[in-house]
Ligand binder design. Structure first.
Ligand code: SF4
Length: 348
């Protein structure tokens, strides 16, 4: 939305940021899905060069030289992670890098690099125009200013809303016409799936942090299906570099699907909790470190839904394990059938 409606403000913010840190080049990283915006954005840049707001000696100030170019991405979600984004700008595969060194120490082409999102940079000219006190007069302690929220899902008034930081989620739901939401995903797939008991919480960095995405789920939606859809997404988007994320997300998704199919056992919930925590702790970049959130937050906030889907089996058999299928190959090799007892050995 900001690139479409306020592109000039973004480029002004980038230019001011360049002046502040002594950078000579800025890069707008444009995801492949937004290629249709490129010609428009190039036009905006051309106008700024014509008006001496970009290029050499900006507005006649000797030594204030700043250029902006557009770098097209190919659509990988992980390229939103700053080190992967920098790799992609360098013409390399968009893989995250190990930190340290952090981009501010050694980033694009080995140079110190600042990476900020579009919304942050758009705030910069506004702060200079109106003064920091005015900007700081909005929002909540620790989260100054306003926030753009992109609200979608089961609501009668979806759209982009600008709200002050610190607004309770319940007010946001009323604005969007989602008072009957049974669950809300705050912060996109890597955020939190929360329920009504948390709707009084506030949108800000210290409480419910979000890059802007709010998805609402109305009565009749199944939170386990929601979590499974997000896990599908992470399995697809994992770059595959490190094992906890590449393998762990697949295992999490498989176990969740088993529960959804009605073949889950009580122990599966502990398994999901432990494996999710491992993926979160041991993954290399932000994608893996947040990819288990759909499961971990839905487990924390919608546990009764999980518990009604799992059941203990008194016969001692694991209902998700098909013993006949497991021994069929060996039976073929041995040339005879196995005897499968109806109860566990210790009970015979
Ligand atoms: S956490 Fe996932 S996306 Fe990040 S480096 Fe590891 S495999 Fe790649």
């Amino acid at each position: 939305m900001l690139l479409t409606e306020r592109a000039d403000r973004l480029f002004a913010g980038m230019t001011i940021a360049g002046y502040a840190i002594g950078a000579a080049e800025g890069i707008l990283y444009l995801r492949g899905e937004y290629a249709y915006l490129r010609a428009f954005l190039e036009d905006v840049l051309t106008t700024r060069y014509r008006d001496h707001l970009l290029g050499a000696a900006i507005l006649g100030k000797t030594g204030f030289d700043f250029d902006i170019r557009i770098q097209m991405g190919a659509g990988a979600y992980v390229c939103g992670e700053e080190t992967a984004l920098i790799s992609s700008c360098e013409g390399l595969r968009g893989d995250p890098k190990t930190r340290p060194p952090f981009p501010a120490q050694k980033g694009y082409l080995g140079l110190p690099t600042v990476v900020n999102n579009v919304e942050t940079l758009c705030c910069v000219p506004k702060i200079l125009e109106e003064g920091p006190a005015t900007f700081g007069g909005h929002g909540s302690p620790g989260s100054s200013g306003t926030k753009l929220l992109s609200i979608s899902g089961d609501c009668s008034r979806p759209g982009i809303y600008e709200v002050e930081f610190g607004i309770p989620l319940t007010e946001v739901l009323t604005l969007a016409g989602a008072d009957d939401a049974i669950a809300v995903q705050v912060g996109g797939p890597s955020g939190q799936l929360i329920g009504p008991k948390d709707y009084a919480r506030k949108i800000c960095f210290d409480d419910l942090a979000t890059g802007g995405s709010i998805m609402t789920f109305g009565p009749g939606r199944d939170v386990l299906k929601t979590a499974a859809c997000f896990m599908d997404f992470f399995v697809d988007e994992s770059c595959g570099y490190c094992t906890p994320c590449r393998v762990g997300n697949v295992l999490l998704k498989d176990r969740l699907e088993r529960i959804r199919a009605g073949r889950g056992e009580p122990g599966d919930l502990d398994y999901l909790q432990r494996l999710g925590t491992t993926v979160k702790t041991a993954s290399r970049c932000g994608l893996g470190q947040t990819s288990a959130n759909p499961i971990l937050t839905s487990l924390a906030n919608f546990r009764p839904r999980y518990e009604e889907m799992v059941k203990a089996h008194q016969d001692g058999f694991n209902p998700s394990f098909d013993v006949r299928a497991a021994v069929s190959e060996a039976e073929g090799i041995a040339g005879h059938s196995s005897v499968i007892y109806p109860q566990p050995i210790e009970e015979r």
